[in-house]
Design a protein around this ligand. Structure first.
Ligand SMILES: [Zn+2]
Length: 102
C-alpha cells in the first residue's frame, strides 16, 4: 500500500530530524560544559596612568580590559597591597570583591 510507504518515509524523515536535533543539543551542551569549567585562578592587573612616571590608578581582574594597554600584570598579593594602599578597585570588574578586601 503506497500510503504505508509514504508513512514510513515520513517517520524516517522525522527520526532524522530528531537525530539532527540530538546532535545539535549534544554539541551545545559540550560547548557549554567547556565554558562552564572552573576558570583558572584570576590574575590581576594594575592600571597605571599616562606619564613619564606612571602611577597606579586602579586594580583590575586579569580578564578586565577597561584599563586598555596601560595594564601591568601583578600578583594577588600585589593586588591586595595596592587596594590596601588606597588604589581604587575597578568599578566594573570589582577586584575587591574577589579579594574580599573591604
Ligand atoms: Zn576592571
Amino acid at each position: 500500500m503506497p500510503c504505508c510507504g509514504l508513512r514510513a518515509i515520513e517517520i524516517y524523515l522525522q527520526l532524522q530530524r530528531v537525530q539532527q536535533r540530538v546532535v545539535e543539543v549534544q554539541q551545545w551542551e559540550k560547548s557549554r560544559a567547556a565554558s562552564a569549567r572552573p576558570r583558572n585562578p584570576p590574575e590581576w592587573t594594575l592600571q597605571v596612568d599616562v606619564g613619564a612616571d606612571p602611577r597606579p590608578v586602579a586594580v583590575h581582574l586579569g580578564e578586565c580590559t577597561v584599563g586598555g594597554a596601560r595594564l601591568k600584570r601583578i600578583t594577588r598579593r600585589d593586588a591586595i597591597e595596592a587596594l590596601t594602599a588606597g588604589i581604587l578597585p575597578c568599578a566594573l570588574c570589582r577586584p575587591d570583591r574577589e579579594l574580599q578586601v573591604d
